[in-house]
Design a protein around this ligand. Structure first.
Ligand code: GAP
Length: 462
């Protein structure tokens, strides 16, 4: 059923202009997706809601938009050139690549991120008879080797000979650490303060899969809270609670969310919890990471850059490197969770409808406007009048005159439009003058219709 739901969501996303496979006309590019007209609206509304919660609703959080390319030393200092890898093995029969830690997980064996190639291979060898190639079903694999996930670029490398590679960001948050001193100097914040960014990240994932869940190009929405050393524990709990509550505030159902603590910590973290979402086809899996990164990042960048990144305590004059509490969510995963949570199939008016019951602030369109018949100029003219007024007020208003009214309602249900307005002969007051200048407003979730005067429409929709 859950698998089936994922297929239905992928199909809906294409059919209704939310998400398309990247480079589709060339056969597609694995792990890359494009957001269509309705998708980009939903994505932007998710970003707006996230930004509001993490910048505007706070006092001491600062926004940032850092450049994607960074000095090559950044990825050495961060530990990504040496430690950012997944164990990869290749099927000797059909060349399919597998992620050995994920395959071990499926047979109940946990592979620690800190394990050496040798240690992983020992576990792999013990379990080889249980691990089959997902493509050809054979069990003939090469040994596992550490496969670095950073994506290399040749920025400014016009000779290709011995030039140091520049990488695309493996995680968006490094831009925050690089600008921490600039923000200290320009904004003079006092601890604790946060820096917030939505940025792109790229990973050479061995097996991108499950639609937007595991992609090679992604956007991460990150907050980094800088706190005094040893004042991390309470702040960490508060950050965790706040992030969980935010998902509830955008309409995600509580039963589809839960916490999981990391058993195996990545190289920079002293504690790490994931907010898990009950994804279609996957079940509960990581949606957002909340990490206590200690003073690792700033210590590393201070050492590699030679620049003093310590904070001077305004009260005691003491100098120290703040600790960092990070929250990081991939927007593709969040988009998938939002659509999955909003997706409903239900009976209405004698047939089954698909409806996205999106939170009204997230829906691509606030409202759709339709003339009952598109070949009646007087209806179209009146509908355009209403459309123009609403568009000026709300911006994201759809004009829909395609097919009969029933089809238009079904289409708008699938896009998640909260209200549909129909301009009909009563609006013109031809038979019942008392209904002149009233329209039908139909509610997405209940299907209920109400007559509202055009003069009151903006207030009613607000
Ligand atoms: N700066 C911390 C960091 O990058 P992460 O756990 O590797 O930590 C944070 O990633 C979030 O980014 C994840 O919780 C997930 O939502 C998203 N993410 C990571 N890899 C992803 C991928 N290949 N495709 C889509 N989203 C991904």
């Amino acid at each position: 059923m859950n698998n089936d739901k994922m297929e239905k969501i992928v199909s809906l996303c294409k059919r209704r202009g939310f998400v398309f496979q990247g480079s589709e006309i060339y056969g597609g590019l694995a792990g890359v997706f494009d957001y269509g007209p309705n998708g980009v609206e939903l994505l932007n509304n998710i970003k707006k809601a996230w930004w509001k919660a993490n910048v505007y609703d706070k006092e001491n959080y600062f926004g940032l938009d850092s450049g994607m390319f960074k000095h090559p030393r950044v990825w050495e200092a961060s530990g990504h050139t040496s430690g950012f890898s997944d164990p990869l093995a290749e099927c000797r029969e059909c060349n399919t690549r597998i992620r050995v830690d994920k395959e071990l997980e499926k047979v109940g064996v946990t592979a620690d991120e800190k394990m050496t190639e040798e240690e992983i291979n020992r576990l792999f060898d013990e379990q080889r008879d249980k691990i089959v190639c997902p493509k050809c079903g054979k069990k003939n694999f090469s040994p596992a080797r550490a496969f670095n996930l950073l994506v290399k670029s040749n920025l400014g490398d016009f000779t290709s000979e011995g030039a140091e590679p520049v990488y695309l960001p493996g995680e968006a948050c490094q831009g925050i650490y690089l600008n921490y001193k600039n923000i200290l100097d320009s904004m003079s914040p006092k601890l604790p303060f946060g820096i917030v960014q939505i940025g792109k990240a790229f990973r050479n994932e061995i097996s991108p899969r499950n639609f937007l869940f595991r992609t090679r190009e992604m956007e991460q929405a990150d907050t980094q809270l800088f706190v005094k050393p040893n004042e991390n524990k309470d702040a960490y709990e508060a950050v965790k609670q706040e992030r969980f509550n935010w998902y509830l505030s955008i309409g995600i159902k509580e039963e589809n969310l839960k916490w999981k603590q990391h058993e195996n910590l990545v190289f920079y973290a002293s504690d790490a919890w994931d907010i898990m979402y009950n994804f279609p086809a996957l079940g509960f899996d990581e949606l957002e990471g909340v990490h206590d990164r200690t003073n690792y990042d700033l210590t590393q960048h201070m050492e590699y850059s030679g620049i003093d990144l310590r904070y001077t305590d305004p009260e005691t004059g003491e100098k120290y490197i703040p600790w960092i509490l990070e929250t990081s969510v991939g927007l593709g995963r969040l988009f998938l969770a939002v659509i999955s949570d909003a997706y409903h199939e239900e009976e209405m008016d004698g047939s089954t409808r698909v409806v996205l019951k999106l939170h009204k602030d997230l829906a691509p369109y606030k409202v759709a406007v339709s003339p009952l018949l598109k070949n009646k100029p007087e209806l179209v003219a009146k509908a355009r009048e209403v459309f123009t007024v609403l568009k000026k007020e709300f911006g994201n208003v759809a004009w829909d005159d395609n097919g009969n009214i029933g089809k238009r309602y079904r289409r708008q249900d699938e896009i998640g439009t909260p209200s549909c307005i129909v301009i009909d002969f009563d609006t013109l007051g031809e038979e019942q003058p008392e209904l002149k200048d009233t329209v039908t407003v139909r509610d997405r979730d209940t299907g209920k219709q109400e007559r509202v005067t055009i003069a009151n429409l903006v207030g009613y929709l607000k």
